[in-house]
Design a protein around this ligand. Structure first.
Ligand code: OFO
Length: 170
């Protein structure tokens, strides 16, 4: 049986994942506005990933017989000065999300809630990838900013990203 404290914390995380989705969707529209369709496509895929993260938590709550409390999602920012600013902020955001996931794991461990702890390990691994993806793109932008046409090349590279939901049970 999941404790109330654990259920409240997961409900909060569901909200945080949907906020992440909104944040990245807003970043995607700003990148469209900067005429960087490949960067925007990458962010749209990131939006889909965040919705998946939220839904995976929601499904786990349902499976464990817990009530899901959907809350207001805060409005994300709409303006950034450059793609570098966007990806730096995305990386910082992911660092914060990692801390939130770590706190959830701590709560599950304190509760001796082995099922939730096991379930959360997927998110622990996912956060390694989330931080790596955003920091790698941030660093590539720094590299190519020195070269004419560099952003254009990077835009082409990022356009290739597609969303593939992990197999059921993954
Ligand atoms: Fe859901 O990992 Fe990003 O925020």
């Amino acid at each position: 049986m999941m404790s109330k404290k654990m259920a409240d914390a997961i409900n909060e995380q569901i909200n945080a994942e949907f906020y992440s989705a909104f944040l990245y969707l807003s970043m995607a529209t700003k990148l469209e506005d900067m005429t960087l369709p490949g960067f925007a496509k990458w962010m749209r895929v990131q939006y889909e990933e965040e919705v998946f993260h939220g839904m995976k938590l929601l499904d786990h709550m349902v499976e464990r017989g817990q009530r899901v409390h959907l809350r207001d999602i805060a409005a994300p920012p709409v303006e950034w000065a450059s793609p570098l600013e966007i990806f730096s902020e995305a990386y910082e955001h992911e660092v914060k999300v990692t801390e939130m996931i770590n706190n959830l794991v701590r709560t599950a461990m304190d509760d001796n809630d082995f099922a939730t702890n096991q379930f959360l390990l997927w998110y622990v691994e996912e956060q390694v990838e989330e931080e790596d993806n955003t920091s790698t793109i941030r660093d590539k932008i720094k590299l190519v900013n020195e070269m004419p046409g560099g952003l254009y090349m990077l835009d082409k590279e990022l356009a290739a990203r597609t969303f593939t939901p992990p197999p059921a049970g993954a």
